[in-house]
Design a binder for this molecule. Structure first.
Ligand SMILES: NC(=O)c1ccc[n+]([C@@H]2O[C@H](COP(=O)([O-])OP(=O)(O)OC[C@H]3O[C@@H](n4cnc5c(N)ncnc54)[C@H](O)[C@@H]3O)[C@@H](O)[C@H]2O)c1
Length: 283
């Protein structure tokens, strides 16, 4: 199954990044946003982002214009009815995603593959909301989606071989390197990454070092491109907390319990870059 038209649900950090990566790769993309204002913001953000690529010489002006022309936005889920593949990238909340899969199953053609960009939630539970569990899988991009080279294709127990193959081909057509992973919380990358990020917050909470020094230490000592607090702010602290909670829910391992400071930061609406303030200030 070749993906000609991609539907993306959600216009946050990841929805917009996936839409950009797919449009640049030559797919027709329609993004469903809940409000016209966020749909307009997504379209404007895409033009800005592609403009930067042109300035850096990574994209020609013609390629930018063609990518922009391939992207459209909508506030209606029904507009995704003729998509070959739909990737949902809404808030990391199982109940919200379950409800969305019921709706996607209703509006999408019977041959369409429905995928989730979830970081940790059980893909099989989303598949079982639909009348086509064999056509549901995870396609997990990384942040920022246009730049990061990896995609984890998540195979729930219910997925057919054809669905997994279609998901891999799509990700490869977007220029990504694909690894196939089992439907288990955190898959590979987040199962390894988030305990580390959580432990960085624990070090800060325990007063072992300042956040600046912890970031400096992990960049200089491990060669990481950014430190844990800069990365948490990039990911979003609400999403990070949801990921920790999902890991804990799955494994009940005390090492996966979110550090209280992370929960308090979310309660204070310090969500990272997207809210203008997280561990660092972006105003
Ligand atoms: N942030 C990351 O680094 C990252 C990386 C890979 C995957 N993900 C996954 O991508 C998904 C989206 O994360 P994000 O970082 O783009 O978050 P975000 O906060 O930037 O965007 C969330 C989107 O969900 C929408 N939304 C919120 N509540 C909703 C509801 N009740 N019904 C429908 N839509 C709703 C918002 O309007 C927004 O468009 C999550 O599943 C997350 O785990 C995130």
């Amino acid at each position: 199954m070749a993906v000609k038209k991609l539907g993306v649900v959600g216009s946050g950090i990841m929805g917009s990044g996936i839409a950009e990566a797919a449009a640049v790769a030559g797919h027709e993309v329609v993004v469903r946003s809940r409000s016209q204002a966020s749909a307009d913001a997504l379209a404007a953000g895409l033009e800005r982002s592609l403009g930067r690529q042109v300035e850096k010489g990574r994209l020609s002006a013609e390629e930018r214009d063609a990518a922009v022309a391939r992207l459209s936005t909508t506030t209606e889920l029904d507009a995704l009815g003729d998509c070959d593949l739909v990737i949902e990238s809404v808030v990391e909340d199982l109940e919200v995603k379950k409800h969305l899969f019921i709706e996607l199953d209703r509006v999408c053609g019977p041959q369409a593959v429905l995928a989730t960009n979830t970081s940790t939630l059980p893909v099989v539970e989303l598949a079982m909301q639909t009348g086509r569990p064999e056509r549901v899988c995870g396609i997990h991009f990384f942040n920022p989606a246009p730049a990061m080279s990896l995609v984890e294709v998540v195979r729930p127990l219910t997925a057919s071989e054809e669905t997994v193959r279609a998901a891999k081909s799509f990700a490869e057509a977007c220029g990504k390197t694909v690894v196939e992973v089992k439907d288990q919380a955190g898959f590979v990358v987040n199962a390894l990454l988030f305990p580390y990020l959580n432990n960085a917050v624990r070090l800060l909470e325990n007063g072992v070092a300042s956040k600046e020094d912890i970031d400096t230490a992990m960049k200089g000592g491990c060669g990481f491109p950014m430190g844990p607090f800069a990365l948490l702010d990039l990911v979003g602290l609400d999403t990070s907390l949801a990921i920790m909670d999902a890991l804990y829910e799955e494994y009940r391992d005390p090492n996966y319990a979110a550090v209280p400071l992370l929960r308090r930061m979310v309660a204070a609406e310090r969500l990272g870059r997207k809210s203008g303030r997280g561990f660092y200030d972006y105003h």
